[in-house]
Design a protein around this ligand. Structure first.
Ligand code: NAD
Ligand code: MG
Length: 386
């Protein structure tokens, strides 16, 4: 029996790599539904190659263009958030890959959980913004959330066969990004072009900027906190510039296990798709001969976003959703050359200080906090520009 896979965000970096993996295993996987935002040309190629039953572009004009490109094709085409939600719960799906970027992933992920679908989760912002609600609903429904993020996949793999009650500490590795050695003065001058050049990974624009600011690691600390039900004080970040060890776990007896591999997202994606099986494949294999692996502590003064994420996690309630929204807005403004690189933490700090935290938020509170943070960020960004 082929595993039936649907992908939210199939036109993005993780989505395209997921389809690459699926292409190599035509006997194991079949694609049911695909979604993108605006890229009609790419989604049309994906539909022709994988023949899903449903294809969605959230942008309505782009969805019309997709209908023109696919005239005569049997695939149903939808648009808007309704389309995305329909794809999230597409009947017959065994595993939903959530590879949409940002807070936009929350609603469809919750819809899929409520429909009882297992999730292969790339969209970390969902867990950052509403980790408690998402994990509680998943547990109630008996739904598995299998991480795609390489660090979390590593931790998930290290925990297999081990009782989680013996887990003492997670060591989340971080490449340190392209500006690991930059001074604050140098960081103040970096351009979007420079920030988009990640030393080890090729990814979508938002996560690449998050990696450069180390907000990505902050988001991942919160992601790990929810996925593995571990306190923030038991999650440490370890800068490891080679991105070979994808993360480590320490058990109560002091034993440390890690997962290693070349920096290639297709391996954690394949693991999430095939779990609990392991499939042999033609992906590049790790050769450790001649490799030096090094480790450093993170510098939370030069990269304050990491400290802000820990702080938001400790305070809890609506604050993680707020820093996530503020970060999405600040990153978009930086990419649009409206603010400088160090204004990203500047915007986030201001919004954290302004926010009136709701301690036990329901979903409506999370959506209101997200909207409030976006509107506040817009105002603050305008102030930074003038
Ligand atoms: P990307 O920008 O390359 O792709 C994002 C996808 O989401 C695209 O298909 C896009 O069309 C869609 N999208 C964008 N805005 C949308 C909206 N408002 N509504 C619906 N769909 C929308 O991003 P990516 O690098 O593939 O990252 C996707 C997610 O995976 C992010 O949460 C990221 O943090 C996480 N992740 C990515 C990597 C990586 O290597 N790229 C690694 C680990 C985790
Ligand atoms: Mg990661």
């Amino acid at each position: 029996m082929k595993k039936q896979i649907s992908i939210l965000g199939s036109t993005g970096s993780i989505g395209r790599q997921t389809l690459d993996v699926i292409r190599s295993f035509p006997d194991r996987f079949r694609v049911r539904a695909l979604t993108g935002h605006k890229n009609a040309a790419l989604l049309s190629e994906q539909v022709k190659a994988f023949n899903p039953e449903l294809a969605v572009l959230t942008d309505p004009d782009s969805a019309q263009e997709l209908s023109r490109l696919l005239a005569g094709c049997s695939t149903k085409i939808l648009s808007g958030e309704e389309g995305l939600l329909e794809a999230a719960v597409y009947p017959g799906t065994d595993l939903l890959v959530t590879a949409v970027v940002g807070f936009a992933g929350l609603k469809p992920t919750l819809a899929a959980i409520d429909a009882g679908l297992d999730i292969a989760l790339a969209n970390k912002e969902t867990l950052v913004a509403a980790g408690k609600i998402v994990t509680t609903r998943a547990a109630k429904k008996g739904v598995s959330i299998i991480p795609i993020d390489s660090e979390h996949s590593a931790i998930f793999q290290c925990l297999q066969g081990n009782n989680p009650r013996y887990l003492k500490r997670i060591l989340l590795t971080a490449s340190g990004g392209p500006f690991r050695r930059h001074t604050r003065e140098e960081l103040a001058r970096v351009t979007p072009r420079q920030a988009l050049q990640h030393p080890n990974w090729s990814m979508g624009a938002k996560i690449t900027i998050d990696s450069a600011s180390m907000m990505n690691k902050g988001l991942e600390v919160l992601e790990a906190h929810w996925l593995f039900d571990i306190s923030l004080s038991s999650i440490d970040v370890l800068v490891h510039p080679q991105s070979i060890i994808h993360s480590l776990v320490e058990f109560t007896d002091g034993s440390v296990l890690g997962q290693l591999g070349p920096p290639d997202m297709r391996l954690p994606i394949l693991y999430a798709l095939s779990y609990p099986e392991r499939l042999s494949n033609t992906l590049p294999k790790l050769d450790l001969i001649g490799r030096e692996l090094s480790f450093f502590p993170p510098d939370k003064d030069r990269f304050p976003c990491l400290a802000y994420a820990y702080e938001a996690g400790e305070v809890g309630g609506t604050l993680p959703a707020v820093i996530n929204a503020a970060n999405e807005m600040a990153v978009a403004a930086f990419l649009g050359e409206k603010i400088g690189f160090l204004d990203i933490p500047g915007v986030i700090r201001k919004i954290m200080d302004l926010h009136q935290v709701i301690k036990e938020p329901d979903l409506d509170d999370i959506f209101s906090a997200d909207l409030w943070a976006r509107q506040s960020a817009e105002r603050i960004i305008k102030g930074f520009m003038s």
